[in-house]
Design a protein around this ligand. Structure first.
Ligand code: PAF
Length: 283
């Protein structure tokens, strides 16, 4: 049976009781409007932890002034159904004032070039907000493991770096991208797409597939691969490239030659909706 908590105090006392019984705890941070991608994170957590906490919190500090904070899709009743079905034990659904009390002024920020690459170019404050809220969630829940999707590959790399730099005793587990049957990566923002945009959005996964095929065929030059991926995307008039990049999987800095573990990542506007996708080169 899924329990709901809205305060930090409720979470702490429930988790404390679990830990006193020697149970391990997994955390799945989310912004809600859950889909099969989130469900896979919860299932991975259930498979490897005794108790699972999911957070549903649309975090204001990771949205820029002209972004979709106000319109970000929300459906907490449905989220609870998804979480319960996936075997989650406790959902944390705080008000913004619980997470950011009056006078809040302390942030967690990665000061390397990593957060300014890829999504950071158009979303300059995004990763500071993500690190701050995730660090707070880690402190509130104190999980043994936390689960994040590889679709947000830059976020995952930045969180791993934060855990290392701040000596947090938490294992970060990255889980594979979950796709629709036609290839589109699952995202809460897919709900913004109308019928023709939904069709056009397939260019992201088509570009991913092309990149993978070129590498499988032995292509080593990142610029050649990126140019061909861009060509696929640009063949659709309503697709506008934000970035398509080939980067080191840990630092997010550009690479010229295909290297094991590296990342090919993209953000593309389909109409007004900005979608991301990526693939990693096998190690
Ligand atoms: O990936 C997300 O949904 C968010 O960035 C996260 C990790 C829940 C932090 O708000």
């Amino acid at each position: 049976m899924l329990q709901t908590a809205t305060t930090i105090q409720e979470i702490r006392s429930t988790v404390r009781a679990w830990k006193q019984q020697g149970l391990t705890v997994g955390l799945v941070p989310t912004m809600g409007y859950l889909h099969a991608g989130h469900e896979s994170l919860v299932k991975a957590a259930v498979a490897s932890c005794d108790r699972v906490v999911a957070s549903v919190f649309v975090n204001p500090t990771q949205f820029g002034p002209n972004e979709d904070l106000a319109t970000y899709p929300r459906d907490f009743a449905h989220d609870c159904q998804v979480l319960e079905k996936a075997g989650c034990h406790l959902v944390f659904h705080p008000e913004p004032s619980e997470m950011y009390p009056e006078g809040f002024c302390t942030y967690v920020e990665n000061l390397s070039a990593m957060p300014q690459q890829l999504c950071g170019k158009t979303r300059p404050i995004h990763f500071r907000g993500v690190c701050t809220v995730v660090c707070k969630l880690f402190n509130i829940v104190q999980p043994d493991k936390a689960f994040f999707g590889q679709k947000d590959a830059q976020q995952l790399a930045i969180i791993k770096r934060m855990v290392k730099d701040l000596s947090l005793d938490i294992e970060i587990v990255g889980c594979p991208i979950v796709r629709e049957s036609d290839g589109l990566a699952k995202s809460s923002r897919n709900v913004y797409l109308n019928q023709s945009e939904r069709q056009a959005a397939l260019v992201l996964s088509q570009a991913v597939r092309l990149g993978q095929e070129l590498i499988a065929a032995g292509e080593k030059d990142c610029a050649t691969i990126l140019a061909k991926m861009c060509q696929v995307i640009e063949s659709t008039p309503i697709a506008r490239i934000d970035y398509v990049a080939a980067v080191d999987g840990q630092t997010m800095l550009p690479l010229e030659t295909v290297t094991p573990g590296m990342l090919f990542a993209m953000a593309v506007y389909i109409g007004k909706t900005r979608l991301i996708d990526n693939f990693s080169v096998a190690n």
